[in-house]
Design a protein around this ligand. Structure first.
Ligand SMILES: Nc1ncnc2c1ncn2[C@@H]1O[C@H](COP(=O)(O)OP(=O)(O)OP(=O)(O)O)[C@@H](O)[C@H]1O
Ligand SMILES: Nc1ncnc2c1ncn2[C@@H]1O[C@H](COP(=O)(O)OP(=O)(O)OP(=O)(O)O)[C@@H](O)[C@H]1O
Ligand SMILES: [Mg+2]
Ligand SMILES: [Mg+2]
Lengths: 227, 227
């Protein structure tokens, strides 16, 4: 599944060097449910971007299902990413001029799913996050929490083997957060792998394993009984 | 100070009408500390945008320090906004190609503060949110929580009479959240008015008054003893 060894990400700025990740080893088996926590700026999103093949490490190796990711070219990386991984970005990254429905359809368009089937699956995903009545809204016609839920629906629509969710409930009230977490729990029961970043203790409580990050390093990794 | 009566905001879409605010009355006296809570999509940000003179109501009246806001033209509105109000947007709204320092200097540039003084005040504001070492980073070179803290620093740099903060700690860990809230508490002790949107109970606990919004209406408004 996921085997990361010695992952580093170093940004060389004009005057200073930022060591966002400073040597991370992480193994994740199929169907695990993992929560990553840590202070602001500690390297959580940087790690998620590497695990999601959205960025490349400065040093270290990363194997996804036995394949060394650094050996793949851009097209191969995009194919792996689109087939295996659903990503909820911390900044949502919705297409500004597209409706909620079209944003959610995007992963299905990339994998060549036809029009009618695509429309139905995208509507079903919007329904699951409680936004069927906002299908025609563009991102600037949605509230902060609604945009986040569209981003979650887009990550789940393609039934990916691995879901990487970076603060998926950060702007949501507790009732809506709980509904989103129930979706991820359902996927986990389905056999999918869930890796979640959160700063809220009650959200990390859904996971079976808690990983703590500090200054670009994993400082603890413990099994836990989910709520 | 703030006197809102019958505020409505109605979006007429192609097929449907969204009543984001459906008749809100709200009075806020000088030096109050208010928290607004409510489910995702209930109208909190819409209300804050009206209070911050960033949008205009479909119906209703809004008086800021005795002046009816709907009677002002764009330039007068911008002058009132820049002099009286510091705003932390839910979506941060940082200038993508500007550094943290330059983003925080913006309100000072609008009010005509000179170069050296501007630089010092902006650096002091970044220091208060723990980001003096990220002054030269652009938003895409910052983590999610760091961007949020730059947005907070920008809202406070001009020492505004009213601070409107829309989920100012949404992406922050509890320690960093507490540090940001201490800044707002300090401003409140200084005599400033603080209006905060949050979905986290421990954050709303800092306020002296709790307002609950549901489906575009205020459903409760209670005094509380702050933590
Ligand atoms: N430009 C627009 N056109 C149509 N509907 C809109 C527009 N902007 C907002 N809305 C709708 O108005 C409602 C209120 O939005 P608002 O942003 O005030 O919610 P909120 O309480 O801040 O929610 P959240 O906690 O998710 O940030 C939402 O249901 C949203 O879909
Ligand atoms: N392009 C970049 N150039 C320079 N530094 C960067 C860049 N991107 C991120 N950083 C720095 O790397 C560090 C780690 O960032 P990362 O986004 O992984 O943090 P995080 O743990 O996700 O924080 P948050 O909880 O605030 O989202 C931060 O201190 C940030 O300033
Ligand atoms: Mg992050
Ligand atoms: Mg909002």
């Amino acid at each position: 599944m996921i085997e990361a060894r010695g992952l580093k990400k170093i940004y060389r700025m004009a005057k200073v060097e930022v060591r966002a990740l400073d040597g991370v080893d992480l193994d994740v088996m199929p169907n695990e449910f993992l929560a990553i926590m840590g202070p602001s700026g500690s390297g959580k999103s940087t790690l998620m971007n590497l695990l999601g093949c959205l960025d490349t490490p400065t040093e270290g190796t990363y194997k996804l299902n036995g394949t060394e990711v650094s050996g793949l070219d851009d097209d191969e990386l995009a194919a792996v990413r689109n087939r295996e991984i659903g990503f909820v970005f911390q900044t949502f990254n919705l297409l500004a001029r597209a409706t909620s429905l079209h944003n959610v359809e995007l992963p299905l368009i990339y994998s060549g799913v036809g029009g009618r089937n695509r429309h139905q699956r995208a509507m079903a995903a919007l329904e699951k996050v409680g936004l069927a009545d906002r299908a025609d809204h563009r991102p600037n016609e949605l509230s902060g929490g609604e945009r986040q839920r569209v981003a979650v629906a887009r990550a789940l629509v393609n039934d990916p083997a691995i879901v990487l969710a970076d603060e998926p409930t950060g702007t949501l009230d507790s009732k809506t957060s709980h509904e989103i977490m129930q979706l991820l729990v359902g996927l986990h029961e389905n056999g999918q792998t869930i890796i979640l970043v959160t700063h809220e203790d009650d959200i990390s409580g859904y996971a079976h394993r808690g990983v703590k990050v500090l200054d670009g390093l994993i400082v603890s990794d413990e099994r836990q009984t989910p709520r």
